[in-house]
Design a protein around this ligand. Structure first.
Ligand SMILES: [Zn+2]
Length: 486
């Protein structure tokens, strides 16, 4: 069973499927004021990997990811600033609702292109303001929150566990670190649950404290419990959300219900781009569009993320992404080639089971994806003990593992009579991409290159199919058979 590192206890925890219900998982979703950047996507890939690893064991998971479309301020660390949605709306000359709809659709498209399993629900914050108001009212009633002229604040000194997740002790939270202290707060570490709107006219709702809008942190407490109940087995997010977002979520939820709500907290480490923190001003702010513009398969990003463990910083480099794309093409070609070989064995051998166990053990060992990748590599290449496993059985293993890897190892190079000569599968893949980009001259040139290898390609609605001409000289060691009728 999958073990992960729990940020709260800083130790390993086994994700046990509960006996009487499905395992519940919540992952903080995107703030839909711009495209999700590759750092966000790395976190969402982590959630996907956790779900896929659990599914491998047949664990039933109910997974929810919120869409933040209100309340996330430009400077939430110090609880100040302007709502990010409104900043974008102003810049793009559209309403906050239009901005949210556009970037939510863009995010869901990115998720599909990265093969992220769809969540069971994607609750939007603006659809759940009533639940947030109820939760704030409950916290005020129980004495954990107070009404001030500008906002309703959570009184952090009333909650003894505050700071446990992030290690930020109350006495270490310095007032006026970056901004003037706010005189209406009882304590400088108090944070807003409900903000009063003042002059703001967009994104405001009625509440017992006047018109306003919810704080960002209360969204996840309210939506998490609304969808998954008062016991959430695993909660994921980027490490930058540990404080203040998740620290505040713990305080709100536990103060409201009187017991711990989240069992295990999992955080994905930062992603650097070309060795530096991503930022618009440094010109290293990348999203999936940047990758697609360079003609690179989005799943190469998935593969590149598997090269690092989730709790280590990952340095994204273009060179590595291009290398990963080539590796992915080779892997797909290899699966097609192995699958085409006759299946001589009647069932899995002991060696096959050992390899399968090794892959699963790596994945379940706190998602040790680099080790899992090494097993994939050995099986694809028939190295070591894998040499004893028949080709078709190796293809079956790789396909089974793809349920965790999500790399579409069966894609494109689908079927065709004859076994492709070395390099042909990559050319077919490249030609497919050229066609997808309507780059007909490149597609034609690649068709020519394939013909030179003795491979004729035909396009069908189901994808390309090929014929290996009988006179084609297959490189030594490649098992081929004649097309039918020859
Ligand atoms: Zn959240």
């Amino acid at each position: 069973m999958l073990q992960v590192t729990d940020s709260l206890t800083r130790g390993r925890r086994r994700l046990q499927p509960p006996a009487d219900r499905s395992l519940t998982l919540y992952c903080c979703g995107p703030t839909v004021y711009r495209y999700a950047h590759i750092g966000n996507l790395r976190t969402f890939l982590l959630a996907d990997l956790v779900r896929r690893a659990l599914r491998l064991r047949g664990v039933d998971v109910t997974a929810v990811q919120n869409i933040t479309d209100v309340g996330h301020l430009t400077d939430d660390t110090v609880d100040q600033g302007t709502d990010k949605m409104l900043v974008s709306a102003g810049l793009e000359g559209r309403s906050a609702g239009e901005i949210a709809a556009y970037y939510t659709a863009a995010y869901l498209a990115d998720a599909r292109r990265l093969n992220l399993l769809p969540f069971d629900a994607y609750p939007r914050a603006t659809d759940h303001v009533e639940a947030m108001v109820d939760l704030v009212a409950h916290l005020v009633e129980r004495g954990f929150a107070y009404d001030a002229p500008g906002a309703v604040y959570f009184d952090v000194r009333s909650f003894p566990g505050y700071g446990r997740l992030s290690g930020n002790r109350l006495d270490a939270l310095q007032p006026g670190h970056r901004h003037e202290p706010n005189p209406e707060k009882r304590f400088h570490g108090d944070f807003a649950l409900w903000r009063k709107s003042g002059e703001q006219r967009q994104q405001v709702w009625d509440s017992p404290w006047g018109r306003g809008f919810p704080g960002w942190h209360i969204e996840c407490s309210a939506m998490g419990m609304a969808y998954l109940g008062e016991h959430i087995d695993v909660h994921l997010g980027g490490v930058d959300l540990q404080f203040p977002h998740h620290e505040c979520e713990i305080a709100q939820s536990e103060a409201a219900v009187g017991h711990p709500v989240v069992d295990v907290w999992v955080h994905g480490e930062h992603l650097l781009a070309e060795g530096r923190k991503m930022s618009k001003s440094s010109g290293n702010f990348y999203d999936l569009r940047t990758i697609a513009e360079r003609g690179i398969d989005p799943l190469a990003f998935r593969l590149v993320c598997l090269q690092a463990r989730y709790h280590t910083q990952f340095n994204f480099r273009w060179e590595a992404l291009v290398g990963a794309e080539r590796a992915l093409e080779r892997l797909r070609a290899r699966v097609a080639e192995l699958a085409a070989a006759p299946d001589g064995a009647s069932g899995p051998s002991a060696t096959e089971r050992t390899l399968d166990d090794r892959f699963t053990a790596a994945v379940e060992d706190d998602l040790d994806t680099p080790t899992a990748r090494a097993v994939v590599h050995a099986v694809a290449g028939g190295e070591g003990e894998a040499a004893a496993v028949p080709a078709a059985r190796r293809a079956a293993l790789l396909r089974r593992w793809d349920a965790v890897l999500g790399l579409d190892l069966d894609r494109t190079v689908s079927s065709g009579p004859g076994v492709l000569p070395a390099g042909a599968a990559e050319l077919i893949e490249r030609r497919q991409r050229a066609r997808a980009a309507s780059d007909w001259p490149a597609a034609d040139a690649l068709r020519g290159d394939l013909a030179a290898l003795g491979v004729d390609v035909a396009d069908t609605p189901a994808g390309p199919t090929w014929t290996v001409r009988v006179q084609a000289r297959l490189p030594k060691g490649v098992v081929g058979h004649k097309p039918p009728g020859v």
